[in-house]
Design a protein around this ligand. Structure first.
Ligand SMILES: [Zn+2]
Length: 102
């Protein structure tokens, strides 16, 4: 977890470890991570969910405040979007999966 290179672009933002109660929303890359913006004064920042795989918003535009109320319609639309962006399984992966299921 200790990657010096990651310190630069994550300055001022902390990753909140899941408390096991809430389920994180998913982006096309999988479950998102909960982050917290930390201000210089040390005040508690606002928490938000963002992609765990992509640091660049250009690569993944998923963003959601932790206290955002997400409507059922929006959840369904997001799920549909996630499905459409998920790459189809390659032949190799299919073989691997069927081996596991045996
Ligand atoms: Zn993502």
């Amino acid at each position: 977890m200790d990657v010096p290179d990651a310190n630069d672009d994550s300055f001022g933002i902390e990753v909140i470890l899941p408390d096991g109660v809430k389920t994180a929303p998913c982006c096309p890359h999988g479950p998102t991570l909960l982050f917290e913006k930390v201000s210089k004064g040390g005040e508690k920042g606002r928490r938000f969910y963002a992609c765990s795989a992509c640091r660049d918003r250009k690569d993944c535009h998923f963003f959601q405040w932790e206290d955002d109320k997400v409507s059922e319609a929006r959840l369904l639309a997001r799920e549909a979007e996630n499905q459409s962006k998920r790459p189809p399984l390659t032949q190799q992966e299919r073989v691997k999966r069927s081996e596991v299921n045996l």
